[in-house]
Design a protein around this ligand. Structure first.
Ligand code: NDP
Length: 338
């Protein structure tokens, strides 16, 4: 089998030197365990945090250990009742061609519902994150205006589509004209601003004023950086900010001016904003409700999704590093086996 391990911790921006491809024997499952063969590996922004030793909401990957990650896999061998070879399962198989997993930590995926890769995207953790953050923390009301960054990614595209369906004005922020066109034409956003076309937060703010003339009621925070700076002064009184991610800052450093902290903090007070940070792992009791509501809409084509599939485990590091720079167009996956 092959696996990709964390070779070293990044100093500043992560690079391909931080990863190493290794070959190992295929492990044997113990009692209550299954051996799986990875079909798809999910690459997610949170993995950048796991590469660092800094204390966070979950433990870092140890140097020399396999990079963790969500996978859709085929069961090859099983020592657990109820899971059979040939079953397709969702689990945390990591950046590897094979994995042994406790059977009680995998969930069967029904290929009849949707292509199995969707269990890692629109019908998996990222889609659920968008649904949860918008409905529970954003508390959207018809007629309001929402802004979301990384608008064509799996979280942002779920947020935008649900907002539109709920009668909100949805404004996306995305990197590049092609992504913005997709956001408007395929995802149904009312407008989309290309942050790459705006060198400064001031310029981005002017574009946002045109796209959101009545101010912003919900800012679904995926990106921070320049977008956050542009948005904050335009938040309406009693606005809500589901604080989901800050990807512009994941590679160390920051394009934010820290002198703005007092103004930002004061703005939250004077505009009576509610900022709600959340980690989706805390909320899986709501996952069945999400699937029940969203899966039929994906099946009917009412909710659309886009995937960006890299081929081969060996290309995972490059695809991951590209995603952090916005090179992915849709949910970033790796096809590990056909
Ligand atoms: P995406 O597939 O959207 O990939 C990340 C995107 O971030 C890139 O494609 C790029 O899009 C955008 N981006 C990167 N750098 C910048 C920058 N400097 N300024 C603006 N945008 C940038 O990721 P996901 O949909 O999977 O995740 C979106 C966010 O949600 C992330 O912050 C992630 O960490 C967070 N998240 C949080 C969870 C939680 O439990 N709180 C769970 C899941 C995700 P573009 O080219 O359009 O700029």
């Amino acid at each position: 089998m092959q696996r990709i391990v964390l070779a070293s911790r990044p100093r500043g921006a992560a690079s391909s030197d931080n990863f190493r491809l290794e070959t190992a024997d295929i492990p044997a499952p113990g009692p209550g365990e299954v051996l799986v063969r990875t079909l798809f590996l999910s690459l997610d922004p949170y993995m950048r945090g796991r590469m660092s030793a800094a204390k966070s909401y979950s433990a870092p990957v140890e140097v020399g250990a396999t990079m963790g990650g969500g996978t859709v896999s085929e069961v090859v061998d099983s020592n657990a009742a109820g899971v059979r070879p040939g079953d397709i399962v969702l689990g945390m198989g990591g950046w590897a061609t094979h994995a042994v997993l406790p059977a009680d930590q995998v969930r069967k995926v029904d290929p009849a519902v949707a292509p199995v890769s969707t269990a890692l995207g629109v019908l998996g953790m990222p889609g659920f994150t968008g649904w949860y953050g918008l409905t529970q923390i954003g508390r959207p009301k018809p007629g309001e205006t929402l802004v979301v960054g990384a608008a064509t990614g799996p979280v942002g595209s779920m947020v935008g589509q649900l907002a539109r369906a709920g009668g909100l004005r949805a404004v996306g922020v995305a990197g590049g004209a092609e992504k913005c066109r997709f956001a408007v034409e395929q995802l149904g956003f009312d407008a989309c601003i290309d942050h790459r076309a705006h060198a400064s937060a001031d310029s981005l703010r002017e574009a946002l004023k045109d796209a959101a003339p009545d101010g912003i009621d919900i800012y679904f925070e995926n990106v921070a950086g320049k977008t956050l700076e542009a948005v904050l002064p335009q938040m309406n009184v009693h606005g809500r900010i589901p604080l989901c991610g800050t990807v512009a800052w994941y590679q160390g450093g920051s394009d934010a001016d820290h002198d703005q902290l007092p103004a930002a903090w004061r703005g939250i007070l004077t505009r009576r904003l509610t900022v709600g940070g959340f980690i989706i792992a805390d909320h899986y009791d709501r996952f069945p409700a999400f699937l029940g509501e969203v899966a039929p809409q994906v099946a009917s084509g009412r909710i659309v999704y886009r995937e960006d599939v890299a081929e081969g485990l060996e290309n995972a590091p490059e695809a991951f590093l590209g995603m952090l720079k916005g090179r992915n167009f849709g949910k970033q996956l790796v096809r590990v086996a056909g």
